[in-house]
Design a protein around this ligand. Structure first.
Ligand SMILES: [Zn+2]
Length: 118
């Protein structure tokens, strides 16, 4: 059984804020943190590995998420610094990348596939 990953406290707080925001915007959706907790030693956008020391993921750029409305699920994940700065050129937060848009599609596929492989 894989051990859950640890993060800097700021990252954990940011992930909770995104979760709270999803609960408000999509009250019927369940917030899923499994990718963040177990698989997010890989950046889901560029698929590069994060540096992990003491089981703590280093150099996270931002926390983001997406909702799959038809499944009533919201997913939370961390992006590396490179991907975060690339995304912020278009929108301030990855969470504003529209679900189903080409910009989000590969990231979302990677996360959903990782969760299926458990
Ligand atoms: Zn990345």
């Amino acid at each position: 059984m894989k051990k859950p990953l640890n993060y800097d406290v700021k990252i954990i707080m940011a992930s909770r804020q995104i979760g709270e925001a999803f609960k408000k915007s999509h009250p019927d959706a369940v917030v899923i943190k499994d990718f963040f907790d177990y698989h997010n030693d890989t950046c889901p956008r560029c698929q590069e590995s994060f540096k992990v020391s003491n089981n703590t993921v280093q150099k996270v750029g931002s926390i983001s998420g997406f909702v799959v409305p038809e499944n009533k699920r919201a997913y939370i994940y961390a992006l590396c610094r490179n991907c975060s700065s690339n995304i912020t050129k278009d929108s301030r937060f990855g969470s504003k990348v529209v679900h189903g848009s080409p910009a989000a599609e590969n990231t979302e596929k990677f996360i959903l596939n990782a969760l299926l492989q458990r």
